[in-house]
Design a binder for this molecule. Structure first.
Ligand code: 5RP
Length: 232
């Protein structure tokens, strides 16, 4: 990742922590942008906050920074959710799950009063699926059945495998397999979401539709705070 992207992520992260304000319970996503955000949080005054992480990775970082980590079972609602994304379109719909934490991320985002997403400018796309496939989480025992049904419904899909450190499929923190699906150009996003969620064995999809309350985009030399639909 070039320095420009790192700078863009860091400026978006710096902006995001301004909006934590009086929030007490904070949901946190997973990934390299979130890693930068966590460094900002570490440098701030957030020892009185309770963080609910979307992954073991994020939990470990939070705890190594001396911040309070809560299990979601002890929380009824989150005040704010902070995360990044793999792609964001012009209507602020997103693809998430590059880090395989899509299910936890979607649940935490859903149960948050306010959802803030931070991205560097490379994540902005005209159409979702332009640069990345759509990750879905599948119950491992049903992978063959799910793949077959996806094929029958016209989707191209492949089990995500590890590139380093382990042979075989990527397993999420929840024990699911990650399958990457090519988004068909001819289908509406809502139709894709409905179709995928109607297949038993698919736990969740990385399509985040209408889930953004605030989008913070870091550019090389500026930060944009977008609160509603926008064009670029
Ligand atoms: C993890 C995610 C991440 O938010 C997404 O993959 C972006 O990651 P990064 O900040 O490393 O580019 O959805 O499941």
């Amino acid at each position: 990742m070039s320095n420009d992207f790192e700078k863009a992520k860091a400026s978006a992260a710096k902006e995001a922590i301004k909006y934590i304000g009086g929030s007490k319970t904070i949901g946190i996503g997973t990934g390299s942008t979130v890693g930068i955000l966590l460094k900002e949080i570490r440098g701030g005054n957030f020892l009185d906050k309770v963080f609910v992480p979307s992954s073991l990775e994020t939990a470990l970082i939070l705890s190594s920074y001396g911040l309070s980590v809560a299990n979601p079972i002890s929380v009824k609602k989150l005040d704010v959710y902070l995360d990044s994304a793999d792609e964001v379109d012009q209507n602020m719909n997103m693809i998430k799950g590059g880090g395989a934490a899509l299910t936890m991320e979607k649940i935490l985002a859903h149960f948050s009063k306010k959802r803030i997403f931070i991205v560097d400018y490379s994540k902005l796309v005209k159409r979702l699926g332009e640069k990345t496939p759509l990750p879905i989480e599948v119950i491992p025992q049903f992978t063959s059945m799910v793949l077959e049904e996806l094929r029958e419904k016209g989707y191209k899909a492949a089990v995500r495998t590890m590139s380093k450190a382990k042979y075989g499929p990527v397993i999420s923190d929840l024990g699911g397999l990650i399958v990457d699906v090519t988004l068909p150009k001819e289908k509406e996003l809502t139709e894709v979401e409905k179709e995928l969620k109607s297949i038993p064995g698919i736990v969740e999809t990385g399509l985040f539709l209408n889930m953004v309350d605030m989008l913070i985009v870091g550019w090389e030399n500026k930060v944009e705070v977008l609160k509603s639909s926008f064009l670029y």
